[in-house]
Design a protein around this ligand. Structure first.
Ligand SMILES: Cc1cc2nc3c(=O)[nH]c(=O)nc-3n(C[C@H](O)[C@H](O)[C@H](O)COP(=O)(O)OP(=O)(O)OC[C@H]3O[C@@H](n4cnc5c(N)ncnc54)[C@H](O)[C@@H]3O)c2cc1C
Length: 220
């Protein structure tokens, strides 16, 4: 796991927020061969789970009768390690501006970085906690009571290439739960996979029966 420094590259995908939604989004993108940069204003990953209730028991995590919130984050990080993720901590994004090709993200330091696609996984609770001012976003990205309106098929906002998942995504029936964030991350990553493929048809893959994924994990 790496904490990156100076940055002149154009990143294919930048994920803003390394809470549970951002971590699972990075894993899902990794399955499709995309290596995102993960940025968080906190010093460590985990968002609300780490900050608010790390030692509290969670009873609605699939496959676990009970698991502490901090352990969920540890497990997500261990799973993500397979893709050698690149993190930038203590780094707050202040603005996401559209450019002719992709986006420029402004940092509180005054620096900026560029990305072809941006996934917002900025939560809501953590934003309130850290007193982070609202992100400046392209006008077309419609704000619904502090969250971003998204397509429930792709989790893209109304601005192409700008996605929102987890607590910062708004759609009818949205539940601010970990399970929702994981589902949203999977659909977002599959949409990015389809867009990268252009005209080529892409089919969903089961990890359990995919020889490509089997060799990817056994070769690491
Ligand atoms: C006390 C409590 C108990 C809960 N219990 C449960 C439960 O039992 N089951 C359940 O399913 N859910 C539970 N939840 C809800 C669950 O924790 C949230 O739904 C989940 O954390 C949302 O994940 P997220 O990644 O979208 O956002 P967050 O966890 O909020 O993470 C967002 C991250 O983005 C970073 N960030 C924000 N803005 C910026 C910026 N501009 N630049 C850089 N970084 C930024 C933040 O620092 C943060 O790390 C609970 C929540 C709380 C507060």
């Amino acid at each position: 796991m790496e904490n990156s420094g100076a940055d002149d590259a154009i990143h294919e995908v930048v994920i803003v927020g390394a809470g549970p939604a951002g971590l699972w989004a990075a894993f899902q993108l990794g399955l499709h061969g995309v290596s995102p940069l993960l940025i968080d204003s906190r010093a460590t990953a985990g968002g609300q789970c780490a900050e608010f209730y790390a030692d509290k028991p969670v009873y609605d995590m699939p496959g676990h009768a009970v698991v502490e919130a901090g352990e969920i984050i540890d497990r997500l990080l261990r799973q993500l390690d397979a893709f050698s993720p690149i993190f930038r901590f203590d780094c707050q994004i202040t603005a996401v501006a559209a450019e002719s090709e992709g986006f420029r993200l402004g940092l509180t330091s005054g620096d900026s970085l560029r990305a072809t696609r941006v996934v917002l996984a900025t939560g809501l609770g953590a934003l309130a906690m850290q007193n982070i001012s609202p992100l400046a976003l392209p006008q077309a990205a419609r704000n619904v009571q502090g969250a971003l309106a998204v397509s429930t098929a792709t989790f893209e906002t109304q601005y192409p290439g700008l996605y929102a998942i987890g607590d910062c995504a708004a759609y009818p029936g949205k539940l601010p739960l970990l399970a929702s964030a994981f589902h949203e991350a999977a659909l977002m990553a599959f949409d990015i996979k389809k867009k990268r493929a252009g005209d080529r048809r892409v089919a969903p893959e089961f990890s359990s029966t995919s020889s490509r994924l089997k060799s990817l994990f056994t070769e690491r």
